[in-house]
Design a protein around this ligand. Structure first.
Ligand SMILES: N[C@@H](CCC(=O)N[C@@H](CS)C(=O)NCC(=O)O)C(=O)O
Length: 204
């Protein structure tokens, strides 16, 4: 097994996606918290020199750097065989792209707006909330078809990606019970061996 090191942050669902994949596959890794309250230029040199975008997550596999959460998940499945499902490659790419442009954008930004910013922009929050409602509708439709996990009977990296921020939905002032299929799917992921809530998994 190669040496794996994850740099993340406890408030980052993008970091959680990667940590969740490693946890669900019982893959040993080292974790280091990067404080995002420190200005970017002052973050540790060994972190900055490996991140093109100055963002977490960063994953080192035998010292080789990988960035962008969904690209990291693809690397974990392709290079290390974690949660591998070669029959679903096209759908995996499709849903990872959708996640980045929709759910992985609307929810973290709404959460940031409502939980972390000192002053709120009601119009921005309303716009993000509308998008998030649409996104949870799309995810519900998919789960209605597949019944158990995002792409079928077994979990894939797509489940890790889509679930990235959803255990924090209350931070965005939304109630998961309004999307029962999504709530049941999150509960199903929760029952998988190795699952931990992001507040526990990302403590560093
Ligand atoms: N598209 C990126 C987004 C990563 C991202 O937005 N990371 C945030 C934390 S969740 C970050 O590191 N921001 C840098 C900062 O706050 O200075 C991914 O999926 O990895």
């Amino acid at each position: 097994m190669p040496s794996i090191k994850l740099f993340g942050n406890r408030f980052s669902g993008h970091s959680y996606k990667v940590a969740l994949c490693l946890a669900l596959t019982n893959t040993p890794y080292e974790y280091e918290e990067i404080s995002l309250s420190i200005p970017r230029p002052q973050r540790p040199d060994y972190f900055r020199k490996n991140t093109r975008y100055d963002e977490v997550p960063l994953l080192l596999i035998d010292g080789e750097p990988f960035v962008q959460s969904n690209a990291i998940l693809l690397q974990l499945t392709q290079q290390l065989g974690l949660m591998l499902d070669e029959t679903k490659t096209t759908q995996i790419y499709e849903w990872l792209m959708w996640e980045q442009s929709r759910l992985g954008s609307s929810l973290p930004n709404l959460r940031f707006e409502l939980k972390f910013k000192d002053t709120h922009e009601p119009a921005v929050a309303a716009w993000l909330q509308n998008r998030l409602v649409d996104d949870l509708g799309i995810l519900s439709q998919q789960l209605d078809k597949t019944k158990r996990f995002a792409l079928g009977d077994t979990p894939t990296i797509v489940d890790c990606s889509l679930a990235g921020y959803l255990y924090w939905l209350t931070d965005a002032d939304m109630d998961i019970s309004e999307w029962p299929l999504v709530a049941a799917w999150l509960e199903r992921i929760k029952q998988l061996k190795g699952w931990q809530h992001p507040d526990e998994l990302l403590v560093g």
